[in-house]
Ligand binder design. Structure first.
Ligand code: 6GU
Length: 223
């Protein structure tokens, strides 16, 4: 999968994809992430990419022309399955959306800034609008990083048995059960005996019960 990201602050996206699982996905050739500076596609003075909004009001709007130049120039290289605009008024990201997107070929993400992008870009090019939750960020970049992470780890072949997504919170509409590692006892705080029993059927049963209990207590809405 190739993911292109159009941004006015590409510096914000310099490192999030160079670590851990997303780094491995790229090293394995399963994922390629390319960040593009919108300014490079501006035909205005000083690389201008935003302007005052028609009708008045505070805050700048990202202009049509640089965005069209960027999108159409990338479309000459790549066919996109989805063109995603990261915006607080989009669909709230969940595991189902991440699962669906992880099976696509190529994605283009557009990060909004200021008051957002000219509506005509949304009408003419954008196929999906995604928010990462009900709070406001200063721009779409960190949301794009979250989205790439959520998708990237689900691309077939990226996770191995040990990191398998099958045991993630939300994967079966259940939160993940508690986990423990060495030592068996620290300051008198003990690891639940069943996990040390070696009885794999019992352990699975315990994990399922714990996951169910945790979900009922914390997130009854996803059950
Ligand atoms: Cl995608 N963008 C911005 N600016 N704020 C957000 C968001 C996106 N998702 C939640 N808050």
């Amino acid at each position: 999968m190739r993911i292109d990201i159009i941004s006015v602050m590409p510096g914000l996206l310099e490192s999030p994809f160079s670590h851990s699982i997303l780094k491995r996905a790229q090293d394995k050739g399963l994922l390629e992430v390319k960040v593009h500076h919108l300014r490079d596609y501006s035909t205005y003075k000083h690389g201008q990419v935003d302007d005052y909004q028609f009708g008045g009001g505070a805050g700048m709007v990202m202009m049509v022309e640089p965005l069209v130049n960027a999108i159409e120039s990338l479309q000459k290289e790549v066919t996109y399955d989805e063109i995603i605009y990261l915006t607080p008024d989009g669909h709230t990201l969940d595991q189902k959306i991440a699962n669906n997107l992880s099976l696509k070929g190529n994605l283009l993400m557009i990060c909004g800034h200021y008051k957002g992008i000219d509506e005509r870009i949304r009408e003419q090019f954008v196929t999906m609008e995604i928010s990462i939750g009900d709070y406001v960020l200063s721009g779409g970049e960190l949301a794009a990083a979250v989205l790439v992470d959520a998708i990237g780890r689900l691309i077939p072949g990226v996770l191995n048995d040990e990191t398998s997504a099958l045991f993630d919170s939300f994967q079966d509409n259940l939160l993940a059960p508690p986990v423990y590692t060495r030592p068996e006892e620290f300051r008198g705080w003990k690891v639940p005996g069943v996990l040390l029993s070696g009885d794999h059927r019992k352990i699975e049963e315990w994990r399922y019960e714990q996951a169910l209990k945790r979900t009922k207590e914390r997130r009854p809405d996803i059950l």
